[in-house]
Every structure is written in structure tokens, then in C-alpha cells.
Design a protein around this ligand. Structure first.
Ligand code: GLC
Length: 452
């Protein structure tokens, strides 16, 4: 590596550094925003009520789940045995075409209803046996009940017209009727974080936080209903899961690359933390840096510019390949790159992914200390998403921040990979919603095997 490259990378290290003091400062501002959100004041943390608490493990039944959170739609049939075991009995995956993500809202909801119709037909399921459908809709929604909520704004590249400001459960129900699916009703509307928390806590009552670190990033935790200013909640004195929408947290120090990225997104000014952390955006940060290095003549050649100038030509999956020592440039379609450039790109990926994990760690620490200031209890954090699961070193970088915050007490926090929250967890929430507490006293179904 020559001196110019070294100098550039060292400046980049500074721009992307997120020191222990930065993490402490961010957590303090996070608490201020949480408080403002809870008090009903303007805040970048929306603190959205889910209208459900955590499951008891006794919930049971058969449910349909429809999971829209990114570029894939999943339709699932889920069976809960009432003893903390859940099983997916059938699943279909469909890619959501860009024309559907960004077209008229009605076309998007028709696409979802069509997905349900095909699923029922293909798996020969009688809708009469699967009347309750849990809708995992992983976007910011202001819920007014467990099965009603208005989309506040789209995130993660969706822009389908005419949906923001509408009750998405009503839109889905109308689309199901248009497809003549009369028997099925949407009984729960669930954020993926809430589904993830529900999935883990169905079998483990120490779980008190759900986190997503994938295409987008977000978290939820159970809050005492008495602390919610918005009021009118059932069962005061109980808990309700709140969706933080932490991807929108906007009190972090940004650098010129963050600003450049924000300007080219479909939602400038919003989801500022998500744009520093999540899988959909960290590849873009790396791309902008490599483009800058190419333009300055620090790496590659001008002829490589068109690949790097194309939005989303670098993904977090390709970044993780470089962390595994594989050829990053070959993966993005630039062959025959020198070892020197490859090393420099690997360094850039490390810098960007490390900041992502450290910010996620600090946000997680902020939520844990909100619930338990002195870390007196054990906390199990259910985490889903490819960054946490697949990016080499990502969990370790997060843990490092927890150790900076809590020293040896950090081992009271377990970070647990929890897959399928947006399917299984949604069904659990539908069960919490439709059966409530009386199910505790019903006999459980025969024990079934978990099959994921
Ligand atoms: C985005 C959405 C949020 C979701 C997260 C993870 O941040 O706004 O609702 O939980 O992505 O999918």
C-alpha cells in the first residue's frame, strides 16, 4: 500500500470512528429521544405501541402469516403448540418486483393477496382452518389496535403510492376480498422486531428486546403501559411492546460520505441511523468511498468508474465476502484487480462495517439501560438479520461496545440469533391478540417437533 492510500485510509478511519466516548454520548441522546417519544413530543424515535405484551408460551393454534419487509414476500402457515414450541408447516417465497414496490399502492396489496391465494391453493389449505392471518409489515406504522395501523412513511426503498396515511390492514383486507378470499381475516399487524421478540420470548421469558440488523435496522422492547403518554391503553400496569423505529434516530455525528449517501436516497433526511448501519446502505457507503478513491486516482482505473457509479452495485453480502478473504472486486464485476487495491477495499469494508456494529451496540446498550439502569438482571436479546448472522466479526464488534459500557457485567446480556420472527413471531402475536390470557388454561396440543 503506498503512502497516499495509507493517508486516505487513515483519514477515513477518523471519519468513521465511533469511540467509546461517542458511544456513551450517543446512548445519552438516545435516552433523551426515547423520553421525548414516550412523552408524545417530536422525536426521531417514534416509540410506536404494538398493542400487545410478550407471549406467555401458552398461545396455540394454526395461523397464516404474510411477511412483507423487503424485496421478498413470504407466506407461511404456522402451528403453535401452547408449550413454547412453534412450527412452520408450509412456506412460499416470492420476490417483490421493483414495479410493485414503487407502483400504485393497490397493485402492491393485490400482489400480497395473490400471494395468499397461491399459497392456499398450492398447499391445499382450507381457509376455514386458517382464518387468522398475521400481517408482518416491517415499516413505521402508528397502530390504533393490534389489527389496525396507519403507515407513517415508507422506508427501505419502497414508495408505493397512496399507502402512507392509510390503514394497511384495511388495504390488505380489501385486496383479500377482491381475490374472493372471504374466510381469512387479518387479526394482527406486526413489525418484524416485535415478531422477533415474540419468537424468542415464547420459549424464554428472559427475552426483553427484539432487534433487526438486516436490510433495515430497528428494535423493540416491552414498556410499562403507565409510561405511555399517548394513553387509552388497555390493562394499565401491564407492559406493551414498543417499536422504537431506531433506524430513524438522527442524533449521530455524520461525515461527508453519510451526507452524500443521504442525498441520493429516496427518503433524504430520514432513517439517518439506518443509513449508517443497515445492510441496504453500508454497501452504498463503501461504493461511494471506492468511487471517491477511483476519482482521486488512489485505486483502480477510470474505466472501472461506471460499475462504482451505479447505485447499489456494492452490497453488504459482497462486503462480507471481502471479510472472508475472497475477491471483493470480482464479486462486484471488476476482474483482475491488484492485491494492493483489494487490500485497500477490504480495509474500507472493515471501517464501514465496524462503525455499523458499534453504533448498533451502543443503541442496544441504550435500550438495555433504559429498562435496567444498573444491569441488575439478565437480558436476552433476540436478533435477526443477515448483518448479525453472516457478517464476519459483526457480533464481536457489537459485544466490544457492550464491554466498554458494562465491563464484566456485559455477560448479563446474551445476543441470540433468532430467525423467522417475522413468520413465527407474527403468528404468536396473532395468538396473543385472538386468544388473550384465557388460553393459558386450555389443554395444550400434543407436543410437536420444531422444524425450521
Ligand atoms: C425499517 C423499518 C422498520 C423495520 C426495519 C427492519 O427500519 O422502518 O419498521 O423494523 O426496517 O426491517
Amino acid at each position: 500500500m503506498n503512502q497516499t492510500t495509507r493517508k486516505y485510509l487513515s483519514k477515513l478511519e477518523d471519519l468513521f470512528s465511533f469511540s467509546p466516548a461517542d458511544a456513551q454520548g450517543a446512548a445519552a441522546r438516545f435516552h433523551e429521544e426515547m423520553k421525548r417519544g414516550l412523552d408524545g413530543q417530536t422525536s426521531s424515535l417514534r416509540m410506536l405501541p404494538s398493542y400487545v405484551g410478550r407471549p406467555t408460551g401458552a398461545e396455540q393454534g394454526r395461523f397464516l402469516a404474510l411477511d412483507l419487509g423487503g424485496t421478498n414476500l413470504r407466506v407461511l402457515a404456522v402451528r403453535l403448540d401452547g408449550r413454547g414450541k412453534a412450527e412452520i408447516t408450509a412456506v412460499n417465497r416470492l420476490a417483490v418486483p421493483e414495479t410493485v414496490m414503487r407502483g400504485p399502492g393497490e397493485a402492491l396489496f393485490d400482489f400480497l393477496a395473490e400471494g395468499v391465494a397461491l399459497f392456499l391453493e398450492e398447499h391445499r389449505l382450507d381457509p376455514k382452518d386458517h382464518r387468522d392471518l398475521a400481517f408482518t409489515f416491517s415499516f413505521p406504522v402508528a397502530q390504533s389496535a393490534v389489527n389496525a395501523g396507519v403507515l407513517l412513511n415508507w422506508t427501505k426503498g419502497f414508495t408505493a403510492a397512496g399507502v402512507a396515511g392509510q390503514n394497511v390492514v384495511a388495504l390488505l383486507s380489501e385486496a383479500l376480498r377482491r381475490k374472493r378470499i372471504e374466510e381469512v381475516s387479518v387479526t394482527a399487524l406486526v413489525n418484524d422486531t416485535v415478531g422477533t421478540l415474540a419468537t424468542k420470548s415464547y420459549a424464554d421469558s428472559s427475552c426483553d428486546m427484539g432487534v433487526i440488523l438486516g436490510t433495515g435496522t430497528n428494535a423493540c422492547y416491552p414498556e410499562k403501559t403507565g409510561r405511555l403518554a399517548k394513553g387509552g391503553f388497555p390493562q394499565p400496569g401491564k407492559e406493551m411492546i414498543l417499536n422504537l423505529e431506531w433506524g430513524n434516530f438522527d442524533k449521530l455525528v455524520t461525515n461527508p460520505y453519510d451526507e452524500a449517501l443521504d442525498r441520493i436516497t429516496l427518503n433524504p433526511g430520514r432513517q439517518r441511523m439506518e443509513k449508517m448501519v443497515s445492510g441496504m446502505y453500508i454497501g452504498e457507503l463503501v461504493r461511494l468511498i471506492l468511487l471517491d478513491m477511483t476519482d482521486r486516482g488512489i485505486m483502480l482505473d477510470k474505466k472501472h468508474r461506471p460499475v462504482l457509479a451505479r447505485e447499489h452495485s456494492v452490497s453488504s453480502e459482497q462486503m462480507s465476502l471481502s471479510a472472508l478473504g475472497e475477491d471483493f472486486f470480482a464479486a462486484i464485476g471488476i476482474p483482475d484487480v491488484s492485491d494492493r487495491d483489494r487490500d485497500a477495499a477490504a480495509h474500507v469494508c472493515r471501517i464501514v462495517s465496524r462503525r455499523s456494529a458499534r453504533i448498533a451496540g451502543a443503541a442496544l446498550a441504550a435500550v438495555v439501560t433504559w429498562m435496567d439502569a444498573h444491569l441488575e438482571k439478565k437480558h436476552t436479546i433476540a436478533i435477526d438479520g443477515s448483518l448479525f448472522e453472516k457478517y464476519p466479526g459483526y457480533p464481536e464488534n457489537m459485544r466490544c461496545v457492550l464491554e466498554e459500557f458494562f465491563a464484566c457485567r456485559a455477560d448479563r446480556i446474551s445476543l441470540c440469533t433468532t430467525s423467522d420472527g417475522s413468520g413465527i413471531g407474527a403468528a404468536i402475536i396473532a395468538a396473543v391478540a385472538s386468544f388473550g390470557q384465557e388460553q393459558k388454561h386450555k389443554p395444550a396440543l400434543p407436543r410437536i417437533r420444531k422444524n425450521r
